[in-house]
Design a protein around this ligand. Structure first.
Ligand SMILES: C[S@@+](CC[C@H](N)C(=O)[O-])C[C@H]1O[C@@H](n2cnc3c(N)ncnc32)[C@H](O)[C@@H]1O
Length: 296
């Protein structure tokens, strides 16, 4: 199942492989770097404690969880904004003029939505109370569906060549169906505070998908060698207490190697994960190597 946040770097395509290594009975599933949530969505457990340092990510999850029992109301509120800002809505109607489609056969969504999207973005950025529902629509209609803010805290993604379509609807409904049946606690903490705050026990399970030191994405900018060192020593502490964990990471990327992680992982079990990235061999050096490291 796909997260309706369409998160950059999500684990959607790898989840089947990753899950093979998860314990079969999980009491509380802890996920300190939850992102779009594709892993918790696809993992059965008795209860969940889910966290991310990004307050926008958590507010989007809270928004969706809040509407899980009010599907029709959620859609109605979305339609109001779509109508007010004259956005396309290919999930239910075809309101893009044929001549625009002919003039821009590959980019007509972006051409049609640009004006309304920019207005919505401006209204969102200038309002004192930031409505998460508006942010969700900016994400859905935005370029590559990325969540990006400038140093002034303004959402600054340009219009994308996408809209609210059947895939978005299906992902939302799947999410609603999942969270409706589950007991979930959301947190918005740095992972160090997350581990201080939560009393994790041997019966629980911790899955971690932190930013990767050697790859590039928006959230990797807030990750560094010190944070990774601190995370790895926290995992050593969990291991001493007998708490099972699994951590995803990338050990090789192009000509870079994450030596810190590689060295640390030697004390645990490392499972190669077939990634969806194109990987090729260059004089036997693999360009991309994704792993799941477990302490069991
Ligand atoms: C690789 S992404 C997780 C993607 C997720 N597995 C998914 O399927 O969508 C890493 C996440 O860690 C979060 N993050 C970065 N630094 C953090 C920190 N110090 N504490 C907690 N979360 C952090 C980022 O905001 C980002 O959402």
């Amino acid at each position: 199942m796909r997260s309706p946040l369409f998160y950059v770097g999500d684990k959607r395509k790898l989840i089947v492989e990753i899950k093979k290594f998860f314990p079969s009975n999980i009491r509380t599933f802890y996920e300190p770097f939850v992102g779009g949530g594709s892993v918790f969505m696809n993992t059965p457990a008795m209860q969940y404690v889910l966290n991310d340092i990004n307050p926008h990510v958590i507010s989007l999850h809270n928004l969706l969880c809040g509407f899980a029992n009010q599907q029709d109301l959620f859609l109605a509120q979305i339609k109001n904004i779509v109508n007010d800002y004259n956005l396309s809505f290919s999930f239910q109607k075809n309101n893009i003029p044929e001549d625009l489609k002919k003039a821009f056969p590959k980019t007509y969504f972006a051409e049609f939505n640009r004006k309304g999207y920019n207005q919505l973005k401006q209204d969102y950025n200038s309002s004192n109370v930031k409505a998460p529902l508006v942010l969700y629509l900016l994400l859905i209609y935005g370029f590559n569906r990325i969540l990006r803010f400038n140093s002034k805290g303004e959402f600054n993604v340009p219009v994308g060549n996408v809209d609210f379509n059947q895939h978005v609807y299906d992902a939302i409904i799947d999410y609603f169906n999942i969270v409706r049946q589950r007991s979930i606690l959301w947190q918005n903490l740095d992972f160090r505070d997350f581990f201080k705050k939560n009393r994790i026990t041997k019966k629980d399970f911790v899955y971690l998908d932190p930013p990767y030191l050697i790859t590039f994405s928006e959230y990797n900018k807030i990750w560094n060698h010190n944070l990774e060192t601190s995370l790895l020593s926290t995992l050593d502490e969990l291991d001493k207490k007998g708490i099972p964990f699994a951590i995803s990471n990338v050990t090789h990327y192009k000509n870079k190697t994450n030596e810190l992680f590689l060295k640390w992982s030697k004390n645990y079990s490392s499972h190669p994960i077939k990634s969806n990235y194109i990987s090729y061999h260059d004089n036997s050096i693999k360009s991309f190597n994704e792993v799941l490291v477990t302490n069991y």
